[in-house]
Design a protein around this ligand. Sequence first.
Ligand SMILES: C[S@@+](CC[C@H](N)C(=O)[O-])C[C@H]1O[C@@H](n2cnc3c(N)ncnc32)[C@H](O)[C@@H]1O
Length: 206
Amino acid sequence: MNDPVQAVRAFTPQPGVDIPLGITRPLPCFEQSIVDLELGSGTGMFALNYAEQHPERHLIAIEQTVNKFDTFSRAVELQQPPNLTPVHADAALWVERYIPEQSIKRLFILYPNPYPKKKHRNLRWHYMPAMHAILKVLQPGSSITFCTNLRWLVDEAAAQFDKGWHLDLISLGSIQQNSRAPLTRFEKKYLARGETCFELQLRLPE
Ligand SMILES: C[S@@+](CC[C@H](N)C(=O)[O-])C[C@H]1O[C@@H](n2cnc3c(N)ncnc32)[C@H](O)[C@@H]1O
């Protein structure tokens, strides 16, 4: 069995690489807003509900797949939430380019692609070089929520975020059908199948 904790090489973006802004709605004023970030928002179920439930905060929600982003973007155009900015981009590049350091209060990584093959291990968020840049945009004391239906993935992420990235591990709990309204489309699908989902809560040290 591989050690789940590994040193991840630093991320050095290629100078001059074009990273489109990918937005149709404005970004918040980072100095004057409480800003949260979602990586891999899919069709936007979590983002739309979260924006509605937290009118005092602003969510930036990034999705890279064209058809998922289009569905998300259409829903945003219909509902016009003033505190939500959907971004069509590869978050691994976009965050470093467009988000100021220490400006995000909550980070959400909900049902990420697991990339189960060993050769794709460094595509999992917790092993990505981009995590260096992602953690830099978080404010000290900010929270990270990581959800998955895979026990091995949540255990691995917990070990790596704790020992590899030195985040504080707050809780690791399970979610069953009817234990809460599903946060995302994937959570809804897994719970409807009777699967258990897992939620990991972490904090960036003060
Ligand atoms: C399994 S889906 C989960 C979607 C949603 N969070 C949910 O739970 O319903 C993972 C999503 O992450 C997106 N994704 C993966 N890597 C990404 C990246 N580097 N930047 C932006 N989105 C990414 C994929 O396109 C996909 O829509």
